[in-house]
Design a protein around this ligand. Structure first.
Ligand SMILES: [Zn+2]
Length: 195
């Protein structure tokens, strides 16, 4: 038996003819432009200036379409101060001794006809409400500072305003509220800081 099977050895011509692929033409108009960095003429579609190395790939991406102002920060601080003033006023309401109300100079209270017990209850209720208001204002101020949850920041400003801690707190709350509202488009953005 002579199974002489010679089935190999055929020399196929190695077809390694990789034709030079036609260069991919840019679809956008070719031409030249002036480098914004060095001013020399470079190809229109150059990613990097061959002369000065200016990298246009970073410029092409929108860097920071919205510039961040200090308004949310300032507004948030004012709202927080307003909230703290509300808390301080609430505390003074609760701990104040109303037994010597007759000696007060504050006519609206001394003329109100409330008995000291009634007045103490009233101040206690007002103080408790004021604590809630001041706390919400402080939380809203924090959200304004970190530029998140615009609605909560606005609510904080409103509560800072109506809390009116020692009167001036209301003014601070109002200013903070305005600052937050006019910087609305700075809220809810990616908090990554890029400069
Ligand atoms: Zn250049």
């Amino acid at each position: 038996m002579n199974m002489n099977s010679e089935d190999s050895g055929q020399a196929e011509p190695s077809s390694s003819e990789q034709s030079p692929s036609p260069p991919v033409q840019a679809t956008y108009p070719t031409g030249s432009r002036n480098c914004v960095s060095c001013g020399r003429s470079i190809n229109w579609d150059s990613n990097v200036c061959p002369y000065c190395g200016h990298d246009y790939r970073f410029i092409a991406a929108p860097i920071e379409p919205m510039k961040r102002s200090a308004k949310p920060l300032l507004g948030g601080i004012l709202i927080m101060i307003a909230g703290m003033l509300s808390l301080a006023m609430a505390f003074s309401f609760i701990v104040i001794d109303v037994s010597d109300i007759e000696s007060w100079d504050y006519q609206p209270l001394t003329d109100s006809g409330f008995t000291p017990v009634e007045l103490e209850e009233l101040l206690g209720v007002c103080g408790t409400i004021e604590i809630v208001i001041g706390t919400i204002a402080i939380i809203g101020g924090v959200f304004a500072i970190v530029r998140k949850y615009f609605v909560l920041a606005v609510i904080g400003g409103i509560f800072g305003l109506i809390g009116a801690g020692f009167i001036v707190g209301g003014l601070l709350g109002l200013i903070g509220l305005v600052l937050v509202i006019i910087s609305r488009n700075e809220f809810g953005r990616n908090p990554t800081r890029q400069m």
